[in-house]
Design a protein around this ligand. Structure first.
Ligand SMILES: C[S@@+](CC[C@H](N)C(=O)[O-])C[C@H]1O[C@@H](n2cnc3c(N)ncnc32)[C@H](O)[C@@H]1O
Length: 238
């Protein structure tokens, strides 16, 4: 389903008489509709004050706040923090934000973060966690390329975490990644990287599998984690 089509249909399904569900929908600026009207396809569900995503075969998934709190412990020494030079408190654009886990961690560490996700269901679930954990952080729902082309902002760092290709050894991804894979839009990373390098004042950071070769352009340097690698590209606007 195209992102625009989804946006016009965006709703949260729940009990319209439940005060916490009403308040959740109001805070997220999304209509609350009765649970009986929920479609068979992926949709958002208000379970009391908590937002979940529900899909085919009864799959249900919600985002964890504990995951972010855990990631914040020792975060300054993490590969992501080093690659983004997070201790300098840069202004960061998390262009392909998905569930927003990386962007929210950077924001709670103290960086100023704007995140962007093209899929409205994914963006809304991410926004629900951001609202409770870092209400000052902005979560946009649009095509990051369009946003970068409009040009009225300043970002020191642009962070790109596109969906990885299927694992070569067929390793089963986490539930969070399985749900994201079912909803995520694919991205022309080379095109977004070129654009991001023209816009970022300092650097663009691309997350890849540790042994995945860059598609075309070689990074200036890389920071390796256990299973992933953060490739750092200098801004071409300097
Ligand atoms: C691998 S996920 C990011 C995961 C994220 N770093 C996290 O911590 O949860 C990549 C996301 O980029 C989104 N995406 C793909 N193309 C996009 C575009 N042009 N603009 C904005 N988001 C896009 C996909 O829908 C997907 O949710």
């Amino acid at each position: 389903m195209a992102a625009d089509e989804l946006r016009s249909e965006l709703a949260i399904f729940g009990d319209p008489d439940d005060r916490r569900s009403v308040s959740l929908a109001e805070n997220l600026k999304v209509a609350l509709k009765p649970r009986v009207d929920a479609p068979d396809t992926w949709h958002l569900v208000a379970a009391g004050g908590n937002l979940e995503i529900s899909g085919p075969n009864g799959i249900r998934f919600s985002l964890s706040e504990a995951e972010i709190e855990q990631r914040l412990m020792g975060f300054s020494q993490s590969s992501l923090a080093k690659a983004c030079a997070a201790s300098r408190m840069p202004r960061i654009f998390d262009a392909l934000s998905g569930w927003g886990t990386d962007g929210l961690t950077l924001s709670m560490f103290g960086c100023e973060v704007v995140s962007c996700e093209i899929n409205p269901l994914v963006a809304t679930l991410s926004r629900s966690r951001v609202l409770t954990m870092a209400p000052e952080m902005l979560v946009l729902c649009c095509d990051a390329n369009d946003y970068l082309r409009c040009g009225s902002y300043h970002f020191d760092v642009i962070y790109l975490d596109a969906m990885f290709p299927e694992h070569p050894k067929g390793a089963r991804p986490s539930k969070s990644l399985q749900v994201l894979a079912a909803l995520a839009e694919s991205c022309d990373l080379s095109q977004t990287l070129k654009l991001a390098r023209c816009v970022a004042a300092d650097r663009v950071v691309v997350k890849r599998r540790r042994n995945q070769a860059p598609e075309d352009e070689q990074p200036a340097w890389s920071v390796e984690g256990k299973t992933v690698r953060f490739d750092v590209y200098r801004s071409s606007s300097m």
